[in-house]
Design a protein around this ligand. Structure first.
Ligand code: ADP
Ligand code: ASP
Ligand code: MG
Length: 414
């Protein structure tokens, strides 16, 4: 049995007319005699609508009920799309997370897939040619519905492809592939034909929401080739795959930005062993993702600790730190949500220095102040004032000549 896995995002299933486009894409592998597993997102805007509804009801909605609520978006799109297919005489059915079943841990709102038992799926594929699977949702051992975090349908699809041993997982979206940066904010962005898992992982972690991070982790772990492409055209998209030598030839391959950042500073923390653990362990226990961390010595035996968290977690982070004020021993707690993170990414940076200094100069020439910096082997990130995000992205995109294929290692002098 040859299985093709295709995933369609929110804009692709947004209306009857776009769902008819989706149907055309599904018909291609179906007509070729493949079994097709179609993973769908909720119709565009629906997940946000449901989140807003809950937040209107209560200030801190119960996490498990929240997942029962937001997962309904995918149920609607799957049922509607299955109806369309059946109306064409295709043997299709919808499959919800608990029916597959997609088993997750019980971290409501950011659950991780632990296992997909394919027995039931293969049974369903005996009687059906197309399974329309609800993305974003799973179920935990206590049989409650869970969701996988924003953009989680990408992860559902790649996990499905890995479990069913499909050769490729096609991710259909509203852009024709992965670009050197978000094509919606930089008209010079160019499509990347092939991108290494590690690079894509950094792009996704640094904010390029075209793929959810976990989906790339799954793809890398299970060696699934991901083909990101448009629902609304037939052009070849981007293959996310194993790295090869050609990929290292380019110094910087992409620029990502993340406006979902908030900065927190603990002023005059006691500079003693164990203080970082006292601050960050309680946050880790609550699954709050701390990103950039900078420690600056200040007066005497004191230090200032600054770090970033997702905007959605700022209230909870401040509450945790306020409750621990005397245990940690700090003088003041400051926070700001008007910041964003801009990152330059490229496997070519591994064996080349000078990239960061070149970026500093380019940003300085535009009068953009850098608030924090963090680096890894293949990326450099800058925290800046949020209002300069687009300018910073365009400036760095131009600096590293991404509009014309990037800077080749040989011609680089930095
Ligand atoms: P879907 O609903 O299909 O999952 P998303 O909105 O989650 O789509 O992801 C697609 C969007 O990702 C694009 O519309 C684009 O604005 C954004 N994006 C950010 N960075 C990139 C990038 N480097 N390449 C392509 N798209 C990007
Ligand atoms: N509907 C969910 C969201 O909007 C999941 C997804 O689209 O991937 O985040
Ligand atoms: Mg998405």
């Amino acid at each position: 049995m040859n299985i093709v896995v295709q995933k369609f995002g929110g804009t692709s299933v947004a209306s009857l007319s776009t769902q008819l486009e989706v149907m055309k894409k599904v018909m291609r592998p179906y007509r070729e005699g493949n079994k097709v597993v179609v993973v769908l997102s909720a119709m565009a805007g629906e997940t946000n609508r449901l989140l807003a509804l809950a937040n209107e009801w209560v200030t801190t909605p119960d996490a498990a009920e929240m997942d029962s609520l937001v997962s309904t978006g995918e149920q609607v799109s799957c049922a509607l799309f299955s109806m369309l297919l059946k109306n064409q005489g295709i043997r299709a059915r919808s499959v919800l997370g608990f029916q597959a079943p997609i088993r997750t841990d019980c971290s409501f709102g950011k659950a991780r897939i632990v296992d997909i038992d394919t027995t039931a799926l293969f049974e369903m594929l005996e009687d059906h040619d197309v399974l329309v699977v609800a993305g974003f949702q799973g179920c935990e051992d206590g049989r409650r519905i869970t969701t996988l975090g924003r953009g989680g349908s990408d992860t559902s699809a790649v996990a499905m492809a890995a479990a069913l041993k499909a050769e490729v997982c096609e991710i259909y979206t509203d852009v024709p592939g992965v670009f050197t940066t978000d094509p919606n904010i930089c008209s010079d962005a160019t499509k990347i034909d092939r991108i290494a898992y590690d690079e894509m992982l950094e792009m996704a972690s640094m904010g390029a929401k075209v793929l959810q991070i976990r989906s790339v982790e799954f793809a890398k772990k299970y060696n699934v080739t991901v083909h990101v492409r448009s629902t609304f055209s037939d052009e070849q998209g981007t293959l996310v795959c194993q790295e090869d030598d050609d990929m290292e030839a380019v110094l910087v391959s992409g620029i990502a930005y993340d406006k979902d950042q908030a900065r927190i500073t603990l002023v005059h923390v006691e500079d003693r062993p164990g203080v970082s653990a006292a601050i960050f362990s309680p946050l880790a226990e609550r699954k709050i993702l701390v990103d950039m961390i900078v420690q600056n010595p200040s007066k005497g035996s004191k230090t200032d600790m600054t770090f970033t968290v997702p905007k959605a977690d700022i209230k909870q982070t401040l509450k945790v730190l306020e409750d621990l004020r005397y245990e940690i021993g700090y003088e003041d707690l400051l926070s700001s949500s008007d910041v964003s993170k801009v990152s330059i990414i490229g496997v070519g940076m591994r064996n080349h220095s000078g990239v960061a200094s070149r970026a500093f100069r380019a940003l300085a020439d535009e009068n953009i102040n850098i608030l924090m910096i963090s680096t890894s082997e293949i990326k450099v990130s800058f925290l800046i004032d949020e209002k300069y995000t687009e300018l910073a992205v365009r400036t760095l995109h131009k600096e590293f000549a991404l509009h014309e294929g990037g800077i080749q290692q040989e011609s680089c002098t930095g």
